[in-house]
Design a protein around this ligand. Structure first.
Ligand SMILES: *Cc1c(COP(=O)(O)O)cnc(C)c1O
Length: 452
């Protein structure tokens, strides 16, 4: 085994070292070459070293440098070196973290939960589920919400299902993330039967325009709009909804992290008055993929929705049973990477990482404005929307910058306007990366506008 693992770590290290200088997007040829993965499954074995060599030689050139310092697409992060390493080690452990028997993963997870609640300024009594990302975090928290509001109406949804249950009014903002709607659909609450609350010019729900509701109600708010970075007035909404005995959920896939940065925490003011929160580890905390958290103030509601009992599992005990809080039973020890990231960064380091990304976003906005381009959003967090004029010009800039390879930015539509979207989420991005990227985008935009 040793040659296999040593050779693989050598190749992985070489890849990671290339991230600073490789073009962010792969060449068309490299992407085409991945067809070499596709052949008939042979009868016999292939030597593991040969398998790994093929993965590296075919796969690595076709990667997008998402883990590098100049990837500004979507809203995703890189992976802190300490978490890449912890991920390798915990993969070697291969502990099934469904139960508390696996102390090497279950204990770091329990501790990471406490640290996260403290960092994100959430109620310390929250229970939390370590899930695969914010989609599943929304699903998990909303499963607890569904059970709790129906329990209050005298219905046990876990036992009886939704047929014949009292109707739940579900309210979302006009700007709810599509994965939130997907989660509602998976819970039988419907992607389309939701009531929508109008939003303002930054995408924030307008509390005065919340639809009227009575009876069981779940209101889904957002901390961090994927285009503008704006926050719903969550505290105000929570007060109104709690008056009627409802449940308030916060989709804070990346925005929740503002609470950990002293200069941004004001954006989250009142957020702690909600009932459940979803966020990602693999975005702004910069841990490897397959990492998100559902926090629920009423731990009993979360366990009622998700706990199982089985004869072969350890008996209920005072110990936190990880699978009581997640949709899946068997899974990797996700909390290990979280523990490693937080232990490495410390409270101040997390805040500085968040703040640094926001500063970079502001610098981008300032650079575009100085060059005479329009920034469409108030840059309060890490998101910047830029228009280069007509939609086809903006599209051409996006296409050309992706081919250019200095950095990677995507496009979006924001309230009827087409825009380039820059999202700064990576621990690795430096001021120099921002200047390099800004110069490249301005150069490309200038070329396109002159040739038009
Ligand atoms: C990214 C994102 C999600 C989905 O998270 P995944 O980790 O991709 O499942 C949900 N809501 C918001 C606001 C997001 O930014």
């Amino acid at each position: 085994m040793r040659p296999l693992y040593e050779e693989t770590s050598r190749r992985a290290i070489e890849y990671i070292e290339s991230l600073k200088t490789r073009p962010v997007a792969p060449t068309d040829a490299a992407v085409r070459d991945t067809e070499a993965f596709d052949h008939d499954l042979g009868e016999g074995p292939t030597d593991p070293l040969d398998v790994l060599r093929q993965l590296d030689e075919i796969g690595s050139p076709a990667t997008i440098a998402m883990a590098g310092p100049r990837f500004f697409g979507f809203v995703i992060g890189g992976a802190l070196p300490v978490t890449v390493a912890s991920n390798w080690l915990s993969t070697a452990w291969d502990q099934n973290t469904g139960s508390y028997l696996t102390a090497s993963t279950a204990v770091p997870e329990k501790v990471a939960l406490r640290w996260l609640l403290e960092l994100l300024r959430l109620p310390p009594e929250c229970e939390g589920g370590f899930v695969s990302g914010a989609t599943m975090a929304n699903f998990t928290a909303l499963a607890a919400a569904r059970g709790a509001v129906l329990k209050n109406a005298g219905w046990n949804v876990e036992a009886e299902g939704l047929f014949g249950a009292p109707a739940i009014t579900v309210v979302v903002g006009e700007e709810a993330h599509p994965t939130l709607l997907k989660s509602l659909g998976m819970l039988g609450l419907g992607r389309s039967r939701v009531r929508r609350c109008p939003v303002d010019g930054q995408g924030r729900m307008i509390p005065d325009q919340l639809p009227a509701f009575d009876g069981p109600v779940i209101v889904c708010t957002q901390a961090g709009n994927i285009n503008t970075g704006a926050f719903d007035p969550i505290g105000e909404i929570a007060d109104r909804v709690h008056e009627k005995g409802g449940w308030v959920h916060v989709d804070g896939a990346f925005g929740l992290w503002a609470a950990a940065a002293p200069e941004r925490a004001h954006l989250c003011a009142g957020m702690e008055r909600a009932d459940s929160w979803a966020t990602d580890g693999h975005k702004w905390l910069n841990v490897p993929y397959d990492n998100g958290f559902a926090f629920v103030r009423d731990g009993e509601a979360l366990r009622s929705a998700l706990a199982i009992t089985a004869e072969y599992l350890p008996p209920p005990s005072a110990e936190r049973f990880p699978a009581d809080t997640t949709p899946e039973l068997s899974r990797r020890g996700r909390g290990v990477d979280v523990w490693a990231a937080l232990k490495h960064l410390g409270r101040r380091g997390v805040g500085e990482m968040i703040e640094r990304c926001c500063r970079h976003a502001s610098r981008f906005a300032e650079g575009f404005k100085e060059a005479g381009y329009e920034v469409l959003n108030d840059v309060v967090l890490n998101q910047v929307l830029i228009s280069f004029g007509e939609p086809d010009v903006t599209d051409a800039v996006i296409e050309r910058i992706q081919i250019d390879g200095t950095c990677w930015c995507g496009g979006t539509d924001w309230q009827g306007r087409h825009a380039m979207r820059i999202s700064v989420c990576s621990w690795a991005t430096t001021e120099e990366d921002v200047e390099l990227s800004l110069a490249a985008i301005l150069r490309v935009a200038g070329e396109i506008i002159r040739s038009n």
